[in-house]
Each structure stands twice: as C-alpha cells, then as structure tokens.
Design a binder for this molecule. Sequence first.
Ligand SMILES: NC(=O)c1ccc[n+]([C@@H]2O[C@H](COP(=O)([O-])OP(=O)(O)OC[C@H]3O[C@@H](n4cnc5c(N)ncnc54)[C@H](OP(=O)(O)O)[C@@H]3O)[C@@H](O)[C@H]2O)c1
Length: 391
Amino acid sequence: MADPPTGIAVLGSTGSVGRQALDVIRSLPGRFRVVALAAGANHTLLEDQAREFHPDLVWCQVAARHMDLKAAAGRRTRWAPMEEMAAHPAADLVLVATSGAAGLGPALAALRAGKAVALANKEVLVMAGGIVTRAAEQGRGELRPVDSEHSAIWQCLWGEDPAAVSKLILTASGGAFRDLPPRELERVTPQQALRHPTWDMGRKITVDSATLMNKGFEAIEARWLFDVPMDRIEIVMHRESIVHSLVEFADGSVKAQLGEPDMRLPIRCALCYPERIACESIPRLNLARAKALNFSEPDLARYPCLRLALEAGAKGGTWPAVLAAADEVAVEQFMGGEIRFTDIANAVDAALSAHDGRADPSLDEILEADRWARAFTAQRAARPQPVAHRT
Ligand SMILES: NC(=O)c1ccc[n+]([C@@H]2O[C@H](COP(=O)([O-])OP(=O)(O)OC[C@H]3O[C@@H](n4cnc5c(N)ncnc54)[C@H](OP(=O)(O)O)[C@@H]3O)[C@@H](O)[C@H]2O)c1
C-alpha cells in the first residue's frame, strides 16, 4: 500500500521560498498534503493558493481578509495563528519560510510538538539558536536546513561522525556590489541592491547579501544547526555560487556539495529527506561549462556587516537578536530611502554598541532585546547623525 501523504504546513507561502516550495509540492503529486498556509500581506496570492491546495488552516497578517480566505479555500478551512498551525496534529512537517522575527514562535511551537521543521527563516536561529535547539531536543523535533549553504553542509555530514568535523566553510557570492569600488557604495540605490548576480530571492535577503550580513547570519545559524563553535566556521568568497559550502574533517579531507544556484534543490532536499527523488526540472551542473571556480578571502573592511555579525555571534547571548532586529529595521530604512546603503552597518554597529546584553538569556529577554533594538534603530534614523557617519 502507498504511504499516506506527508501533511505539510507552509508558513510564508507567498514569499520566494514559500512559492518555490509549493512548486516542489506540485511536482510530487500524492507525496504531500498541504494542511496549512500562512502569509503576511499578499492576501490575493494566498487566496489563489488556498483555492488550489484546500488547506485545513489559513493565516494572513491582514486580519480583515480572513473571511475571503475561508471562502476561497472551502467550508472545512478555518483561520488559525501560525503557532497553532505549526503544532497541528495533521502537520508532520512545517516549512518556516516567513521573514524576520515572525517565524520564531511557530518554529518553537513545531519543535516542542515533535515536528520536523524545514527552516528557511534565518532570524529564528540567529535570534534564539540556544533556545530553539533546546526546544528541538526536549520536544524531539527535527531541524532540517533549507538555505543552500546549510543544506550543503548537512548533505556533506550525512553518514559522517560529527566529532570528526574540524571546520565548516560557508561560501559567499559577494552580492550585488561585489565589483563596485567601495567609495561608490554610499550612492547605490535600493533597486541596484536588489540585483543579485547569482540568486533570485526575497528583497530583505538580497540586500543582506549585498552587505554580507546574510553570510554572518548563516555563520551564526551554522553554529547552532551543526553544534560547531564560531571560531571553526570560515567564510570564503566564491562568485559562481556553484560550490554551496564545504566541511573539513579531522584527517584533512574536505567534502563539498555542488549544484546550479536553484533554491528548489535544497527545498526539495529538506522536504523529501531522507529520500533523493529524481527530478527533471532542476538544471544539471555542467562543470565543463562552468570552466573556473574562484575562491578568495572576504575583505572585512569592505563588508563591515559581516564583521559585526561574526562578533555578535561570538559574543552570543542577546547580541545576535539585536544584530538581526537592528538590521531588519535598517534595511527597511534603506529600502524606503531614509538612509544610505553604508548606513546599514552604522545603524547595526550603533545598536550593538549601545546594547546592555545578557549572556544566557531567556526567551523573554531575547524578545525584549529585539524590541529594544527595533525602537533604538528607528529612533536613531530620526535623529541627525554625528559627522563621522556622514560625508
Ligand atoms: N529566498 C531565498 O532564496 C532564501 C534562501 C535562504 C534563506 N532564506 C530565508 O528564508 C526566509 C524567507 O525568505 P524569502 O526570500 O522567501 O522572503 P520573502 O520573499 O520576503 O517572503 C517572506 C514570506 O513571509 C511572509 N511574512 C512576512 N511577515 C509575516 C508575518 N508577520 N506573518 C506571516 N507571514 C509573514 C510574507 O508574506 P507576504 O509576502 O504575504 O507579505 C512572505 O510569504 C528569510 O528569513 C530568508 O532570509 C531565503
């Protein structure tokens, strides 16, 4: 008899990762049943998705739209907050593909309920890695990475002894401005920042890729996902985005995972684990056509956000939550034309410097640090800045 379909809750279904996950689900008929769909503001797309997948539960941040959603999805459907979706008995697997801090509560609820969590939402582990990994242990939940770099490391570790890992090596494309002279960074526009050279992603992560904050977040996430201290996580620039990341083992051997830059591959890996299911639609890597693969050290002076993230990750406690919250607000300010691209790092630096942190915080202390950093960064943008930050 065929296995019953895996019940999946897709949180952030209208975003870049969420839409690609639904493509993967469509491409594997009978394998999954979508039991819940959740989105932020894009209720029109969510209604279309609800009409197609008939989930039991839906959630949209725009509360007034809940009744339309119910009408779109069918009589059985009801709306429920994301925490309830994440712990629902019919959800075997929860994809957390929301952006920002919104995914933390649902990820914790799912792990405490013993679910498998396919985690895309970076801020969850950056803000509260210790609490999230403890929740997974205590609730017997399972964390599966979705991000291409962590998926690469995860795949390199299958069948390996974790004690034999000597180093994790994360690759970074360098983002939209990797070839721009540093003095020109002050004048770049949000539209330019959104032109990533190798990946097609959501707006926030694309800007974070241009500052390399994204790579700093990934180092902090890797620290928690694979239980490897920050000083054994290395970043290497790799402009082709073909080698997605690497693991060095105690005997000096290095394993890498390669592929075309296409998020459907790591998404598929996380949703179908431990199976590798044949797929025609994902482009195959042709190494002869790729010709050269280039690697170099990151320039921390050019990418101050990477330095700030690595420092905050090494300090731990509430500092990574402040890093993530200040960055979220500063990126919004940049996208809204309130600050310059180079001010993103200044804003995050100011929040980290002013923060009175805690070393082993509770969830409440992390959430308080998050609120404090958002308010601090918002107020700071409204004040005239000292001359040192302006030209
Ligand atoms: N895109 C990638 O290739 C990629 C790769 C690795 C990791 N990630 C990480 O995965 C996460 C999602 O990235 P993305 O690129 O898919 O972002 P995105 O395109 O901006 O999508 C974010 C999703 O979250 C929803 N959302 C935002 N706030 C919400 C809230 N308060 N409640 C419910 N839903 C909310 C959005 O809804 P609306 O659109 O309806 O407002 C959207 O569905 C991020 O943390 C990102 O860093 C992304």
